[in-house]
Design a protein around this ligand. Structure first.
Ligand code: ATP
Length: 433
């Protein structure tokens, strides 16, 4: 357990789960586990003053919670950190049922769906709980970088009045006597902040998608890390910022977690050394066909397929030794109406990391007339009337992107599914716990 060495020969009080209770002939051992690690509690049965404690431990089940007061002793024989607590008092603060629904030690002993049913027990496993400690730091590093660059964190509404922002499916909810929708991205409000003169903003918040699919990287509610900034010259500025942001995050994650990630998840944390390669969508398909014989119809080539995402990783590694690749120049038909366009292609990109899309970014169209025309083309001008208003009274040129936090941690640790990467997964068939 961390931080214990300062307390040798002192009386301490410590709380946690009784992970393993062993009742031997002469002695009782408890392994106490809390967020800082594990420590052994040792109770000599023969000692008169221990009588009451021995009774308590006789009735103690694994995974009960306890509060222990005692002297911390150095003991080289104890494998767990060379220390043990000789208690004077043990209090059972909650008694666990004797049989656990799933194993804590072996996370693979149960199917993922059974594990999710008992997520509150499943997350007691070190492999699982560590994911969220790393995720917390990951988001902290992203935030820190942006604060340094003078970004402001904002919070936009998740209950919204219009559904037509992009092609993705939205959830409809009853809102008093009318309909509302759950926000499928903070896009409109991020841009509103640009119109309001905020210049640099970001948000970390929930994103809802009524996607009735069961892939390993889609969920109906995920955490989006979204940012938007003003007075850019082109979407190249947006890509550069994202590159810097992710490189900074990976550097800090590497410093703190490289060894433990390798040991626990078998994954290297690789800090990018150079700029991420950029390739136009059409050129990528050409390369994939020439190099790997990946052939698809011209219609399919208008967007990136899942297979092409995977192969783009292979390509980026082979040619650039990069785990990341920016794919640019998507045709306008496949992108949201608010992406800026030039010569028939949108001024934006998808970023692929380890073969999976983690971001869509772009320069946005900020010119009222052009934006209105683009919305009309997609039949959305009436629905997004309130949004178009943002651009009527002066709005800086701007751009931004959205990163899926859950996908990011899944890819960082090489987890097999986004279900494992989320504290609580939400999918078409899962609304509980
Ligand atoms: P995909 O094509 O993979 O479904 P998308 O193009 O719909 O993604 P965007 O709307 O661009 O995604 O959202 C930005 C980012 O949010 C994505 O790059 C991804 O990291 C994340 N994301 C999008 N949809 C989901 C989802 N259903 N579950 C988890 N993360 C998602």
């Amino acid at each position: 357990m961390n931080n214990l060495s300062d307390f040798f020969e002192k009386e301490i009080t410590i709380s946690g789960f009784a992970e393993n209770v062993r009742n031997l002939q002469w002695v009782q051992f408890i392994v106490l586990r809390n967020k800082n690690g594990r420590v052994q509690i040792t109770i000599e049965k023969s000692e008169e003053q221990n009588k009451e404690m021995v009774e308590i431990v006789n009735g103690l089940t694994n995974e009960s919670t306890i509060k222990v007061t005692g002297i911390l002793k150095k003991n080289e024989k104890v494998k767990m950190g060379g220390a043990e607590i000789i208690p004077s008092k043990i209090e059972v603060t909650s008694l666990s049922a004797p049989e656990l629904p799933i194993s804590i030690k072996d996370k693979n002993a149960a199917e993922i769906d059974t594990r999710l049913d008992y997520r509150f027990v499943d997350l007691r496993n070190d492999y699982n709980s560590l994911i969220f400690k790393i995720q917390s730091d990951m988001v902290k590093y992203l935030r820190e970088f942006l604060y340094e660059k003078e970004f402001t964190e904002i919070h936009t509404p998740k209950l919204i009045g219009t559904a037509s922002e992009s092609g993705s499916e939205v959830f409809e909810v009853k809102y008093f006597d009318r309909k509302a929708y759950l926000a499928q991205s903070p896009q409109f409000y991020k841009q509103m902040a640009m119109a309001a003169g905020f210049e640099r903003i970001f948000e970390v918040g929930p994103v809802f998608r009524a996607e009735n699919s069961n892939t390993n990287r889609h969920t109906t509610e995920f955490t989006g890390f979204d940012l938007e900034f003003s007075f850019i010259n082109s979407f190249e500025d947006v890509m550069e910022l994202e590159e810097e942001l992710l490189t900074n995050m990976l550097t800090k994650l590497h410093d703190k977690y490289a060894d433990i990630i390798k040991e626990t998840y078998g994954k290297e944390v690789i800090v990018p050394k150079t700029k991420f390669p950029r390739i136009k969508l059409a050129d990528l398909y050409k390369e994939l066909e020439e190099r790997y014989g990946y052939k698809v119809s011209d219609e399919t080539k208008l967007d990136l397929t899942t297979e092409a995402e995977k192969l783009s990783y292979k390509y980026a590694m082979e040619v650039y030794n990069s785990e990341f690749i920016f794919v640019t120049d998507y045709p306008k038909d496949k992108r949201a109406f608010y992406h800026m366009r030039k010569d028939g292609v949108t001024q934006g990109y998808d970023l692929i990391w380890r073969g999976v899309e983690i971001t869509t970014g772009a320069q946005r169209e900020h010119r009222y007339d052009v934006l209105k025309k683009q919305a009309k083309e997609k039949g959305l001008d009436e629905d997004v009337k309130f949004y178009l208003e943002f651009f009527k009274y002066g709005c800086p040129p701007h751009g931004g992107f959205g990163i899926g936090v859950d996908r990011l941690i899944m890819l960082l640790l090489g987890l097999p599914s986004i279900k494992e990467a989320m504290f609580i997964f939400r999918g078409p068939n899962r609304l509980n716990p």
